[in-house]
Structures are given as structure tokens and as C-alpha cells.
Design a protein around this ligand. Sequence first.
Ligand SMILES: Cc1cc2nc3c(=O)[nH]c(=O)nc-3n(C[C@H](O)[C@H](O)[C@H](O)COP(=O)(O)OP(=O)(O)OC[C@H]3O[C@@H](n4cnc5c(N)ncnc54)[C@H](O)[C@@H]3O)c2cc1C
Length: 475
Amino acid sequence: MDTAVVWFRDDLRLTDNPTLSRALEAAERIVPVYVFDPRRRGETQYDTPKLGPHRARFRRESVLDLRTRLRERDGDLLVETGHVEDVIPELVDRYDAAAVYAQTKPATEERSRERAVRRALPGDVDLRSQWTHTLFHPEDLPTAVDRIDDTFTPWRHEVEAEATPRKPAPAPESVPTPAVDASTVPTLSALGFDDPPADHRAVLPFEGGESAGKRRLEAYVWERDCLRTYKQTRNGLLGADYSSKLSAWLAAGCLSPRWVHREVQRYERERVANEDTYWLVFELLWRDFFQFQFAKHGDDFFTETGIRDIEKHWQRDRAAFRRWTKGVTGVPFVDANMRELERTGYVSNRGRQNVASFLTDALEIDWRWGAAYFEAQLVDYDVASNWGNWAYQAGVGNDSRDGYFDVLWQAGRYDPDADYVTTWLPELEGLPPEYAHRPWRLSDADQDRYGIDLGVDYPEPMIDVEARFDQLDER
Ligand SMILES: Cc1cc2nc3c(=O)[nH]c(=O)nc-3n(C[C@H](O)[C@H](O)[C@H](O)COP(=O)(O)OP(=O)(O)OC[C@H]3O[C@@H](n4cnc5c(N)ncnc54)[C@H](O)[C@@H]3O)c2cc1C
């Protein structure tokens, strides 16, 4: 074949990108393209934006880095704006391409865009889609995706016993590309966003792109040797190194999970293999699990009753929801996490679990509102990881137990000195930890003593949270 189009989607990398490798094997010349489709910036049915400034910035930087890496290999990247089903066929025509290679993902909109492109291509041009974003390839699973277990542990045991990840492929040395018109990557403001202000409290700057993703892995695993203690530190809340922070690069496909896995194996050979090093792979299996669950259950993940048809009586109180999103519930551990999310696009796994449980268990607000809000805010948003974890937390997903997080207990356990809470809520600084986590217990005299006016400097709690948790305990 003379020419093939490679349509980059959530696979903005050259190392271990089977879509690109297959196209290079089949064609003499490649037309690499990335399309900024305005529908990715639309609104959800819950009146929340689908994309916020943190991920828009990260995506734009990732596209710029991809273009640089292609240019270093005799290639280039066409950057277009428009509906993919208009842009891709137009390029096929312009470059007389015989096939289109693209990544496939298991979620509704991603699949419908793929179908639309396929339909819009001339009859003799194939769309050859490749599943490239998980550690295990679905064809290598011991049980076909539509019959896999809905519970993580048995699924993991089976996969660990019977499957092996495929070897990651190195980046191609050359990507021969026909002369393409110089295309510009739209500025953030052309994409409709203001540059999010940098916040010195952010765990990382999260620069987009394969190059920055590899640098992060190098720093975390090799330079600072953090992998050897990962399981012990992963529930942390402050700083760059309590967990890998690779999620944003994995979600945009700047890093391949197989490549990350291979680095873990290399570390295990060259430095140490222990429960902590294994645990990073364990977490990558959670990531795979949600991807395959989406392939199995599809749209059911977006319904109120989830994949298990669980009826709950969800509240739809916009004012209460807004207090949660803005981090002004009056419950410091919740508010600190929500403010970190809004300011930086990232929050720890521990924080995500707590704020999700507070919304769905304590306030009983429709879990899909929370998932939709995260969709806009997260720098590492991934449809299956986000909606799968939210459904799980809300008790309508891959968990048959109906547990909840007592955020006050969690705050005491994971933030005993209230360092995290006072980092994000400086108005509580100077309070002893038990008050920083429960400011409603401050008497008037205490408020005078510590110089804080509850209801003015920091909100009164929106519910009697201690009574609410007693109630939940009795359920
Ligand atoms: C309500 C809620 C929403 C979430 N939404 C997302 C999301 O949109 N995108 C996302 O990548 N993760 C999501 N997670 C999972 C998890 O919180 C993040 O992956 C993790 O905090 C990212 O930080 P890290 O890269 O340092 O993770 P690490 O602890 O270093 O883990 C390594 C990698 O494993 C994967 N991983 C870890 N935990 C999970 C998990 N529970 N589910 C799926 N993958 C996991 C991630 O790719 C992560 O980068 C969500 C969790 C909850 C509770």
C-alpha cells in the first residue's frame, strides 16, 4: 500500500503504539493526523462541560509533543479542527490513502465516532481499528470479554494465572510522511479556555506529552526510587511521590501500560521485587478491569441504576451539589479535596473515594452528577476509569457490598496532623487537628481564641455530618 492515514486518538505516543506500527508495516507513507473535534468540548446531559481547562491544556501539550517526536523521525502531524467523520475522509481523498488506522476504545461516544468515520469512508478504504490501551489484550484474556466476571478479584486471579501481556514495541525510527501543509496546534484560548493559573500546592505540573510522561516515570521509579515503597505510600495526600501520578499520561495514551509494566519488571530485576512493586501492576489491572467491564456492559454504566440495576432514591438538589463542587460543604476533608481538584485537575485516589462517597452516601445526590463533574475537572479523566469507579462507589457498579466512607474517620487516619486540610483550606491553619477536621465543634470562646469566625471565614457544615454517619452505621 502506498499511503495510510493514522488517526491519533487517546494514543498520543510513538513507543508501543501498535496502530502506528501496523500502518508502517503496511504502507510506504503515513499521514498522521490529530483532530480537535468540538464535540469533545460539549456539555453533558447534567449541564456540566465535558472538558475543563486542565485536561484541555494537557491534551494540547501532548499533541505538540507528538508532533515534535514525529518531526524528529522524518514525519509530521497534521492538526485539524472539525468533526472527525468530515476531516478523515477528506484527508483520505487529499492524500489518496488506501486505509485508515486508528485506536478503538470501548465507550459510547468513542465507538460512535469510529462508526461515523467508517461510514463516511469510500467503500474501498478500510478503517483498521486497534485495541491498544490496556496491559492485556482482550484477545489474550482467558475468558472472552462479554463473559468476564463482574468482580475484580476472581477476574484478576484468572488473568494473572493464564495471560501474559504482549511485548511493548519500540518507537519507530522513521515515519515517512508526504509533504504536508504546516498545521498549527490551536492555542488554549482558540480551544475556548483560559490558561489555568499555576498553583504551587499542585502535586505536579502535569505537563502533557510522551516525553514528559517518560520523564515522570524515570523520576518516580529510577531517580527517586519510590517504587520500592509504593504500596505503603499510595494512600498519601500531599506531594509528588506518594503515588506514581502516571494516570494523566496513561489516559491520553502518552504512555502505554505495557511499557510501564516492562519498566516495573526491569526495576524488579535491577533493584528490588517486593509487594510494593507488584502493587503498581495490581493497580494497572484495576485499570484494565474497568476497560473490559465497559466493553462488556457498554451504556449501562451511564444509567442511574448502573450495571446491577440497583434502585436508589437519588436527590437532585442543585444547591447542595454546587456546595460540593465548590468545596464549601463545611466538612474540611471533603472541601480540601474538592478545592485541590478544581485548582489542579488532580486529587489522590483516597480523596476521590471520600468525596464520591460523601456525595452519594451522605448527601445521596445522583452519582452521575458527580461523575460528570469529575469528567470536566480531571486531568487524567478516562471514561471507563471514571464512570466505573463512580458506579462502584455509588453501589451500582462492580461491587456488591454497600459500604461508605466515614470522611471524619478517614480524615483522622490519613491526615492526622491536618496538614492536607490546612494546605487547601488555609483559613483553618492554626487549629488543633481535631478542630481542623471538625470546626463545628469550636465553641464561641474557641473561635475567639483561634481567631476564626465559623460561617464567615469557613462555612458551617451543610448537614449534621456526625449524626449522618451514625445513621449510616446503623443501616
Ligand atoms: C470516583 C473516582 C474517579 C476516578 N476517575 C479516574 C479517571 O477518570 N481516570 C483515572 O485514570 N483514574 C481514575 N480513578 C482511579 C484513581 O483514583 C486514579 O487512577 C489515581 O488516583 C491516579 O493517580 P496515580 O497515577 O498516582 O495512581 P497510582 O496509585 O500510581 O496507580 C497507578 C495507575 O494505576 C491506575 N489506577 C490506579 N487506581 C485505579 C482505579 N481505582 N481505577 C482505575 N485505574 C486505576 C491508574 O492508571 C494509575 O495511574 C478514579 C477513582 C475514583 C474513586
